[in-house]
Each structure stands twice: as C-alpha cells, then as structure tokens.
Design a protein around this ligand. Structure first.
Ligand SMILES: C[S@@+](CC[C@H](N)C(=O)[O-])C[C@H]1O[C@@H](n2cnc3c(N)ncnc32)[C@H](O)[C@@H]1O
Ligand code: SF4
Length: 381
C-alpha cells in the first residue's frame, strides 16, 4: 500500500451562505463542539486502521475555517494528537477576508500554518451583494491582505469568472493593485462559476448569467495582468509564481492517496474511495456517515487521466505503466493519434499533456480516451 501524504479537514460552518456556493456548510454553529469530538473520533479510527501515514500537506477547508479561531486551534490540537508535524511541507487554511485579524494571524502562526487560501471571488460591490457575500468590500480584502503579507505566509486567492454583474474595470483594477502591493500573493485559483446543486443560484429562475463571450474576455484580461507578475498556469483553474504550486492539490491531481475528514469530505486510499455524507447530524452521531466503495482498475485509470490531464505538465507515462501495468500507446492508440493530429495533445520527455488549445477541450479529449478504454474492456482486458 502506498503511503498517505495528504490530510484534508472539512470545517462545515459559515457565518452566512453565499448564493453561488454548493460546498457543504451550515450557518448554525451550535454543534461545533460536537463536530470537534466527532472529528477526533474519525481521525482516531483511520489512525488505528492505517499504519502508513507520512503526512506532508494539511488543508483545512470548508465552510469557513477562519470563522472561529478557537475551533481552528482545537482542530490543530486534534491533528497533533496523532501526527508529529515536523515533516509538513504545506499547511493551508481557507480564510474569509472578514475574519483575518491580527489575533487570527497569531493563531495561524501558533499552529504553524504556512499558507492561506483567501476567498475574494469578485471586486464588484453589486456582484458581492447579489452573491450574498455579506460585509465584504475591497477595503476588507485589502486590509486582510496587508495583515497577511507582513508574515511569512504564502497567500493564494480565489476568484470566480462568470459571477453576475461583474464590472471588469473594477475586477482588473483591484486585481492589478493587489498583485502590485502584496508580493506574498503567489497563487491564484480562477474558477469558472458552476451552478451547483445545493446552492441558492441553482434554484434561481432568472439567474443573471455572464455570457460566454464576456467570460472569455475576462479570462484574456486576467491572463494579461497575471503574466506581468510572473504567474504561470499549471492547472486548468490554477496559476502560480515559480515553485508555488499547491502541493496539497498536486496530491489530488497526481492521484496520490489522501485522507479527508469531516462531513462531505472524500478520501482515496489505494483502490478504496470513502465519501462522507454532507450531513453533520450523522457525522456527530458517528453512524452511517460514510459510503465506501472499491474502485476497479478502469475507474482508477479514468480518474487518473481526468485528474492528471488537468495539469499543464500532464501525466508521466512511466508512472502510468508502473501503476497500471499497461502500455499507454497500445491502450490509447486511436485517441492519441486523433488528438495529437488535432494538436490537442503532445508527448514530450515521456509526459503526455494538453496543448494551449487542448486544455480548452479537455472534456472531449477525455471522452476519446475513455472510448479506447471501453474497447479494451470489451475485448476482455
Ligand atoms: C469552499 S470555498 C471556501 C472559501 C471561504 N469560505 C470564503 O468564502 O472565503 C472555496 C472556493 O470555492 C470557490 N467556489 C465556491 N462555489 C463555487 C461555484 N459555484 N463556482 C465556482 N467556484 C466556487 C470559491 O472561489 C471559494 O473561495
Ligand atoms: S464561499 Fe465560503 S463563506 Fe461562502 S458559503 Fe461557500 S464556504 Fe461559506
């Protein structure tokens, strides 16, 4: 069994729910102590079950883990009951700008957090209001960043392309200003707005969507600005300065083992997938809150391709062979020929990766690759 190097903890509380967000979180915090007890039990369970932990990255996400600093300290205490954190390379906490205070930063330092992921989403007041992002202004964002930037903490920011009413003049004025002022902002996640089940937007009848052409325009302008500050795209939605990739997320994209704790968190440990239900009540009771299933080889190959081809470096073909004992060129002959001819894919130094053009057609590339895989299964592999 390969080692488990990545630990994710889901903190399922927010002060108010943003209208676009489908991540599992609730606004009532009364159960936070019971959640912490359940978290300790869950970690103890896996700690006793698996002996091969070598935790290198920790990611506390949510929800909003910056909401209650005392809870964050408790989560850190729980982790420390089971792991010595000497070999931790990256320890990320997701933060909301409104919660970043001097006191909060002291706690980040106390727990040895060396990276934050700050949710900004948009710099347009009307957009933030429509999204129910209560209390956030550009002033609160810049205050949070100036406090964080004084510390030795890497800062990643989250933005969303496609939010209704986004005013591009404002979006890019503040993005450029921010990158000019805060050099520790070394990572940006730019997500395309997705209309997820469980979000308020999902139920809106007349959602004011941004047109595709406006979204393209946003992306082009965004690229122009971040280029000037030395950011490079390394994954479909992620950009960073040199050597500042998210090591934790790289673990997912390279299809490494990871343990996810908390309601709605997922884990993959070798061929076992565990999915916690997005239900805090069940999680607290400790009964029937995880679905487990074994991934067959075909599913594993599909997921490996789906995740690996999101990275601009692509997938390592030796690694593929060692992992699945299959020759890539034999299995994927047709889809490779087609997509190399279309200039969607290239093979270089034993890596298969998308081209600048191909990264925009990832879904159709994957359909082609999966078709080849289906034929292999049909012929009795
Ligand atoms: C789980 S949230 C935590 C962020 C933090 N709680 C905050 O609000 O500042 C992580 C990120 O997911 C992204 N996100 C959430 N819902 C999304 C959606 N429907 N479409 C695209 N991105 C979304 C946002 O960029 C958000 O910052
Ligand atoms: S974006 Fe962050 S604060 Fe807003 S609902 Fe989602 S997790 Fe909570």
């Amino acid at each position: 069994m390969s080692s488990i190097n990545h630990l994710y903890i889901h903190y399922p509380f927010c002060s108010s729910k943003c209208n676009y967000c489908g991540f599992y979180s609730i606004e009532n915090h009364e159960l936070s102590n019971k959640y912490l007890l359940a978290l300790e039990n869950e970690l103890k369970y896996y700690f006793n079950m698996y002996k091969n932990f070598e935790i290198e990255t920790i990611y506390i996400g949510g929800g909003n883990p910056s909401l209650n600093p005392e809870n964050l300290k408790e989560i850190n205490k729980i982790i420390n009951l089971f792991f010595t954190l000497n070999s931790i390379k990256e320890y990320t906490v997701e933060c909301n700008p409104l919660n970043v205070t001097k006191n909060f930063i002291e706690i980040l330092k106390e727990i040895s957090c060396n990276r934050v992921s700050l949710g900004i989403q948009s710099f347009t007041e009307k957009t933030l209001k429509y999204a129910n992002r209560l209390g956030q202004t550009n002033e609160t964002v810049f205050n949070a960043l100036s406090l964080l930037n004084k510390e030795k903490i890497s800062i990643s920011i989250d933005l969303i392309n496609g939010l209704p009413y986004a005013d591009f003049d404002k979006e890019f004025y503040y993005l450029e200003k921010l990158l000019g002022e805060f050099e520790n902002v070394n990572h940006i996640s730019l997500y395309d707005l997705s209309i997820d089940k469980g979000s308020k937007f999902y139920d809106y009848k007349n959602l004011k969507m941004l047109s595709e052409s406006k979204k393209d325009k946003y992306e082009k302008q965004f690229r122009k600005i971040i280029d000037k500050f030395g950011f490079k795209r390394y994954e479909v939605s992620n950009y960073c300065k040199k050597n500042k990739m998210s090591l934790h997320n790289l673990g997912y994209w390279k299809y490494n083992n990871y343990l996810g704790l908390g309601p709605s968190a997922h884990s993959t440990i070798d061929n076992l997938r565990m999915e916690n239900k997005p239900e805090l009540d069940k999680y607290i009771l400790g009964i029937d809150f995880t679905d487990k299933y074994v991934l067959n080889k075909k599913q594993q190959i599909e997921e490996y391709l789906l995740m690996g081809l999101r990275l601009t470096e692509g997938i390592n073909l030796n690694n593929f062979f060692n992992r699945f004992n299959l020759d890539f060129f034999t299995v994927f002959k047709m889809s490779l020929e087609k997509n190399i001819r279309l200039k969607n894919l290239v093979i270089k130094n034993n890596y298969l990766h998308t081209t600048n053009r191909g990264i925009n057609f990832l879904n159709s590339i994957l359909v082609d690759l999966f078709d080849d895989l289906d034929s292999l299964v049909e012929y009795g592999y």
